[in-house]
Write a protein that binds this ligand. Structure first.
Ligand SMILES: [Mg+2]
Length: 197
């Protein structure tokens, strides 16, 4: 079995694009965009920015976040290659997929649900820790895969942290970097090679 673990923000969903929360909070919350931006920036700069969402919702007076974000267009947040890629992965019974995302539990759950991603993967795993090593190890123990593929736009770990086979891809959607194991879209993951090796 092959375990694919994907980060969500800026790997699958474009946080700062037209339908990302960065833009939604700034332009769809208050009539005064400058004021909304000021509040957003204030909480984005918090060192513990995981608590940013409950605070933001409170300051903006959003009481039903799911309805608010659906109405604001968050369902369009995924990059174009995401849904076709995950539908393709479902053709392979030997592949399991997990989204491992850092953030506020409620907010990350809302996002993965509104975008439809929770229907396309085996599991959504949410942590408040930026370092994902421990959580990847927990998932490897749970699924017991022959190999693991991890894809994230912020890589702060390496293959040497694991004693089971793992390949790490850095997702660089902005297309500013080029190196081994840096990818710019999901289509660059060498699926055939991974499946047949
Ligand atoms: Mg990310």
């Amino acid at each position: 079995m092959i375990l694919f673990i994907f980060d969500f923000d800026n790997t699958l969903g474009d946080t700062y694009g037209p339908h990302g929360e960065g833009n939604i909070f700034r332009t769809k919350t208050l009539p005064d965009v400058a004021k909304a931006t000021e509040i957003y920036e204030k909480y984005r700069r918090w060192s513990d920015d995981i608590v940013v969402y409950p605070k933001l919702l409170e300051e903006y007076g959003i009481t039903d976040p799911q309805a608010f974000f659906i109405n604001a267009g968050m369902s369009e947040q995924l990059y174009d290659d995401v849904v076709p890629f995950f539908i393709k992965l479902r053709e392979y019974p030997e592949i399991q997929t997990v989204i491992l995302t850092t953030g506020d539990e409620e907010f990350q759950k809302i996002k993965t649900h509104i975008t439809g991603m929770d229907a396309l993967v085996s599991e959504i795993y949410i942590t408040r820790e930026r370092n994902k090593i421990k959580h990847i190890k927990t998932l490897i123990e749970k699924y017991n895969p022959d190999k693991t593929i991890f894809v994230d736009d912020r890589i702060n770990l390496s293959e040497s942290h694991f004693d089971t086979p793992i390949t790490i891809y850095e997702m660089n959607r902005a297309n500013t970097k080029s190196w081994t194991n840096i990818i710019h879209s999901l289509g660059e993951i060498p699926l055939n090679e991974i499946l047949w090796k």
